[in-house]
Design a protein around this ligand. Sequence first.
Ligand code: FUB
Length: 340
Amino acid sequence: VLCYACSDSKQTKNQPSAHHLEPLVTDLYTADPSAHVFEGNLYIYPSHDFESGIPEDDLGSHFNMKDYHVYSMESVGEELKDHGVALRVDDVPWAKRQMWAPDAAKKDSTYYLYFPAKDENDIFRIGVATSKSPSGPFHPEAKPIDGSFSIDPAVFKDTDGSYYMYFGGIWGGQLQRWQSGEYIAEDTYPADNDPAISPKVAKLSNDMKQFAELPKDIVILAKDGKPITAGANDKRFFEAAWVHHYKGKYYFSYSTGDTHNIAYAIGDNPYGPFTYAGVILKPVLGWTNHHSIVEYNGKWYLFFHDSSLSEGKTHLRSIKMAELKYNPDGTIQTIDAMVE
Ligand code: FUB
């Protein structure tokens, strides 16, 4: 619950203050919040962290999640409603383990939940499940999306009604194993001076259950117009893609992973290229940083997570939100949740 009863004079009831960021959910660990406005309410689709006892490693095996809950709020500042379990890994025929960051979309009268999980060969794929309600329960397709791979799907609806999926994550997210177009079970990274590994985008089919095209590279340019290099790890893409539209521009935001920022880049169309524009969210408590951005009732919000509720356990996270503000030139004001 957001603190709307604290004594801070700048804070009024039902208006969260950017400098008082409390976990939105306190009875479960939650992470990777994808927020959307459906049916006039804010719906949040997070990962559901729990302690499975798997030791920590560089592949992220300790992020061993097995289901998703869906949350909603009718107005900012209200307690989140937990709609319960929306999808379990045991109910997905092709998925074996590690349900990582999900996203959701609505088309016509159907809601779609997109999620990554490892298949029986320990390869991350992206699945889809459907429901007539934004809160689920969601019914999974028997197979993952054809040609899908890696993690962190984020689905963006363009102004013309087309839907695009952005996805990918390096290290444990396996994107570096797909550089040849086929899965190779060993990690291959570009040299520091070469362009960084690109996140992917694919337009979705009319039924929202397949890619309508082969995934394409998203190119993120440095301010000098050259692709960001693999060695620029304070700016290059790591995981957690998100796209939103603001005043005619497309904002591609993402985590820089081992440097722990949420960064963003701006482009003129859903495919990019996008030009690096700065940091939206500085590192939070815990190794991962993952966010979403949504407009609700005329204000913009950043949803993110940190490990404050678990006192620093990286795989036991809690979702939070803060108001996001733009400068007159369209750049985004940086949020530092560690000090606010
Ligand atoms: O929650 C598991 C993974 O951690 C997500 O897929 C990544 O984006 C990172 O937040």
